[in-house]
Design a protein around this ligand. Sequence first.
Ligand SMILES: [Zn+2]
Length: 158
Amino acid sequence: MASSTAATKKAANGSTPQIDPRYACFKIKIAPSKIHRWGVYTTEDIPARRKVVEYIGERINRRETKRRADSSEMIYLFTLDPYWTIDGSVNGSGAQYINHCCEPNLVARIIKGHIIYMSLRAIKKGEELTVDYHFDKKVERVPCGCGAPTCRGTINVL
Ligand SMILES: [Zn+2]
């Protein structure tokens, strides 16, 4: 399987991962984040309710999702529906580096099998892009340090 993507090559070199501009509707870039390792930032103003970037990656089934979730520390898995998951670490657009925040400026919408990150409000140039991961309450609880005034203390839904 051809899994040597630009993103994984960059990560192996220890340099900054890149956004694939084919999937971004605005000028956005990856840079170190206060929230967690890397984050995604906009380098131009984004109006509210606009498509910002598509989350892409390898489409994997339920069994493979469980295998990868159990075997790796750094996982970028997005649940598409009860059966399919998108693994952003394989041929991802860079959207997999968008961090969780309890008061996010993006929301994920699933449109015809595509995961689209839309702006929830106007976002200023230089802001970090964030989305609420809504981890299931049944899975292992992940603490949250997003720093938002309304932080619920966990990435999982309560
Ligand atoms: Zn939080």
